[in-house]
Design a protein around this ligand. Structure first.
Ligand SMILES: Cc1cc2nc3c(=O)[nH]c(=O)nc-3n(C[C@H](O)[C@H](O)[C@H](O)COP(=O)(O)OP(=O)(O)OC[C@H]3O[C@@H](n4cnc5c(N)ncnc54)[C@H](O)[C@@H]3O)c2cc1C
Length: 286
């Protein structure tokens, strides 16, 4: 039997007041697919009776909208909603693909994008494409609103920069018109299995056999946080794709990982597979 106290405000103002009063002692609850597992397994010291701030009754946190340059997502959007939404499929197709890898249909129906980001696993499937897009995170407290770049928001495995009285209220994702992108992930099974490695890529070439004018590469599960492969991006920029260039990029990207050995894989396999996944994307573009 697990006991906890739940506050279920019906509007954001009430939720922010509660957060201002209780601070870090009051834990936001979205889909609960990480929080409830963590309480059950006592992953962090939850104390005798954890206090949860149930966000699910706050309609204002459940939205998706388009601006001329961005797609804005509310924190309560589930992975199923994101993977099937026409705006995401049109403007951020690799994100639709990435979140469709998460868990199982049940987990995708409950789990939210904000929960995936705030859990801050380096293997989280939503993150590599958000890193490629330089997404920004809106954090609100009772008296201010901050915008934080995703690379500053996530600081380590399980660690985020958030005011103790703050709630994540919006994710702002720039559009990248005419980019070609993909999310490639290697895992032990097709479902209910965490990433061994993942690679998000977004690339722009004004004509499909010409030079790459921009490329963004983000790597999952190979460092304490998702990381951008900036040396490899630099190598590929302003070049025409050839087999030799792809071999060079595939070797260089492995030097940009700092993976660990764990139950799912070991360091050298993770490094090698990062090179393979990147090469797989680049070869598909020759
Ligand atoms: C069986 C299983 C399989 C899974 N498979 C995968 C997988 O393949 N890939 C993957 O990436 N993940 C996977 N997960 C992890 C999990 O489902 C996701 O991370 C999910 O997106 C978490 O979202 P949630 O809404 O359930 O978060 P919750 O559990 O409700 O919250 C997670 C964290 O985010 C915080 N939080 C939530 N919303 C806010 C907010 N608006 N503001 C501030 N803090 C907030 C919570 O306080 C908590 O710290 C799996 C989990 C399970 C149980």
């Amino acid at each position: 039997m697990y006991e906890f106290e739940i506050h279920s405000p019906t509007n954001l103002e009430e939720a922010l007041k509660l957060k201002a009063t209780f601070g870090a002692e009051l834990h936001p609850l979205a889909g609960g697919t990480d929080v409830l597992v963590s309480i059950r397994n006592n992953h962090i010291n939850w104390g005798e009776c954890p206090s949860l701030l149930n966000l699910n009754k706050i309609q204002k946190l459940h939205f998706i909208r388009e601006t001329p340059d961005t797609i804005e997502i509310g924190p309560l959007l589930t992975h199923t909603e994101i993977s099937t939404h026409p705006l995401i499929r049109k403007h951020i197709p690799p994100l639709a693909k990435a979140v469709a890898f998460i868990g199982s249909p049940q987990i995708r129906n409950r789990g939210t994008i904000a929960g995936n980001m705030c859990h801050a696993s380096p293997a989280a499937d939503s993150l590599p494409i958000l890193y490629c897009r330089n997404a920004k995170i809106e954090i609100q407290t009772h008296n201010r609103t901050n915008l934080v770049p995703i690379e500053e928001f996530i600081t380590g495995p399980g660690f985020i920069t958030i005011d103790p009285s703050g709630i994540l209220t919006k994710i702002i994702i720039p559009k990248l018109p005419n980019y070609i992108g993909d999310y490639l992930s290697l895992r032990q099974r097709q479902a209910l299995s965490c990433n061994v490695v993942s690679v998000g890529v977004e690339m722009f070439r004004p004509n499909c056999e010409g030079k790459i004018t921009d490329i963004r590469i983000a790597l999952g599960a190979v460092a304490p946080t998702v990381v951008r492969g900036r040396k490899t991006e630099k190598l590929l920029k302003n070049k025409v794709l050839t087999e030799d260039l792809i071999d060079e990029a595939s070797s260089l990207i492995q030097t940009e990982c700092i993976p660990i050995d764990d139950v799912r894989s070991n360091k050298s396999y993770r490094q090698a597979m990062t090179g393979v996944l990147l090469a797989r994307f680049l070869f598909s573009q020759i």
